[in-house]
Design a protein around this ligand. Sequence first.
Ligand code: GLA
Length: 387
Amino acid sequence: MKNQVLQKFAELYGGEGDIRTYFAPGRVNLIGEHTDYNGGHVFPCALTMGTYGAARKREDRTLRFYSMNFERAGVITTSLDDLVYREDAGWTNYPKGVFWAFGEKGNPVPSGMDVVIYGDIPAGSGLSSSASLEVLMGVMLRDMFGFEVSQVEIALIGQFSENNFNGMNCGIMDQFASAMGKKDHAIFLNTADLSYEYASVKLDHARIVIANSNVKHSLVGSEYNVRRRQCESALKQLQAVTDIQALGELDIPGFEEHKDAISDPVERNRAKHAVYENQRTLKAVQALKDNDIAAFGKLMNESHVSLRDDYEVSCQEMDILAEEAWKLPGVLGSRMTGGGFGGCTVSIVENDSVDAFIEKVGAAYEKRTGIKADFYVVDIGQGAGVL
Ligand code: GLA
């Protein structure tokens, strides 16, 4: 990949001078979904799939971007003096947002750049191709201009740009996983204070298998922001009866005691998911530490049911992928992963059942939906950096 990007760079912009290369991974979340903007815990890991980039400084203030994933868009030219969101700027709104966010955070980028990027995360799969692009730009700008920002700050800048430049009110999980990933480990992150620890996910007898539904419903952005508002409203009502700053501070008895303060049943269900999912995540990480993968898998299944019924961010296609997985021997757990409304499921499958899993879930999914799913047996990779 690195060589392909460098070759394209030379072809488009010339191969001379100080051309540097970078990589930032996508992520898969094992458990802890829609908890990251509720002060709860998440448990994602970085993938070995991600976004590669090559860049060279320019003397002027021009920015040239080219994506090998959107070749038809060609080289998109803009300037450091035009860092505003534009519909017709397409994918370049993500890198532009990061340039803008660096400036907002006190690190204005002093000169233009030529950039080529290439990602191997399937588009629209919910495996955080956009967060990986943001984090890629963050490590690129830090390295090229010597900004003093940490990996965590790069994640926060990426989130800030996505929230305030691209209008998607995401939490910190995706950018954090891309920036802070560690090979063969998942990140147990408390989004209330960004404290984290790495947990080894060296599964001897099982693999992580991602199933891509290959659907992405248009609800994804708008409904995400609706969920956030519903959680905020539920929190406000709970705050009238109990002293909390975030839904993640409640345990299950605490929620059950106070839940009637939330008048709207839909909002009550949203809050229920946020609280229960956070508690499930705590239990799941403990189960993993105890090497009880069966318990971990069961919690994954419960997570899916809660996302489907209480949080209502699943969709028929992902429900089918999960249901078909649950039927099979050798499947320890399976759930939708990411924001929802399409994208992928993540499953833990025993080594000798992986082939059957792909064949059977794939066939049943195609039969029931008419759509072909894709499967990736993944490894957990390292966070973003210079190549
Ligand atoms: C998207 C967001 C994350 C997180 C997940 C749901 O991936 O970008 O911040 O909220 O959805 O867990």
